[in-house]
Design a protein around this ligand. Structure first.
Ligand code: ADP
Ligand code: MG
Length: 258
């Protein structure tokens, strides 16, 4: 299958929300500029409330910027599309559908399931859940459910994969396994992936680029290219140097003071 190259641009993007408690506004994002393209794995890190999810929701087309534009190949994002797939921290599976039916759901909704059963089959294999295809979400572990949620959006072969803390609810071991699985899947098609994470190590381990954000107003304060080959070595000198740099930018630098 021929892969499609896309360029995503956020230009002068700001997003304000009315506060619930009073008549002030929250500047969730202010003057955000960023260009990202196929082949990149972008990690978004930053304190809670700095607008990470807002960026993903803008790119997904779930919300619209207050000012500025979000474009894919020059065309403004107007609404959600299977070409921009979103995976959330809590796997949003349909509890009444089996693993297999959950994975095939969006193909079925688009009337494309017939003739594409092999795609469902391939996705079940990718995540190693052949023996669980007839199970319901409630019977799965957190890691298994998240795998299903992941391939359920991958089955649409999205040009842009949006991951909002997809591994945040998993224990450390499952999480590290899933990091490798997501990377393996991403490296096959090298679509543009944008992943929000709280975990600086995860951001460096998976990202070709790490965007560091800060809050009030939400903005990008650093854009760091991770120039290390995959698979990454978490204990290498380069890795540790990236970690220190990013922690400093997040103001967790420690002894140097500020
Ligand atoms: P993050 O994902 O980095 O934790 P968010 O993007 O979810 O941050 O939110 C950024 C800011 O915008 C926060 O202050 C949040 O409370 C506010 N916000 C986000 N969505 C809404 C909304 N729908 N209505 C009001 N405020 C919102
Ligand atoms: Mg968030």
């Amino acid at each position: 299958m021929e892969e499609k190259k896309v360029v995503l641009k956020l230009e002068g993007v700001s997003k304000s929300f009315a506060k619930v408690e009073n008549d002030e506004v929250t500047h969730a994002l202010s003057a955000v500029n960023a260009t990202m393209e196929s082949g990149e794995f972008i990690s978004l890190v930053g304190p809670s409330g700095c607008g990470k999810s807002t960026i993903l929701r803008l790119v997904a087309g779930l919300i619209h910027p207050t000012t500025g534009t979000v474009t894919v190949d020059g065309r403004e994002v107007e609404g959600p599309s299977p070409e921009r797939g979103m995976v959330f921290q809590k796997p949003t599976l349909f509890p009444w559908l089996t693993v297999e039916k959950n994975i095939g759901f969006s193909l079925q909704m688009q009337g494309k399931l017939k003739g594409n059963e092999d795609r469902v089959e391939q996705m079940i294999k990718v995540i190693g859940l052949e023996d669980f295809r007839d199970d319901y979400p409630a019977q799965l572990s957190g890691g298994m459910a998240q795998r299903v949620a992941l391939v359920r959006s991958l089955i649409n072969e999205p040009d842009i994969l949006l991951l909002d803390e997809p591994l945040g609810a998993l224990d450390a071991f499952t999480r590290m396994n899933m990091q490798d699985e997501i990377l393996k899947i991403w490296r096959k098609r090298k679509q543009l992936a944008i992943m929000v994470t709280h975990d600086v190590d995860e951001a460096i381990y998976m990202g070709t680029r790490v965007l560091v954000m800060d809050a009030n107003p939400g903005r990008i304060v650093a854009d760091i290219r991770i120039e290390e080959p995959f698979p990454r070595d978490r204990s290498s000198a380069a890795f540790v140097a990236y970690r220190n740099d990013i922690l400093n930018k997040l103001h967790f630098g420690g002894h140097k003071g500020k």
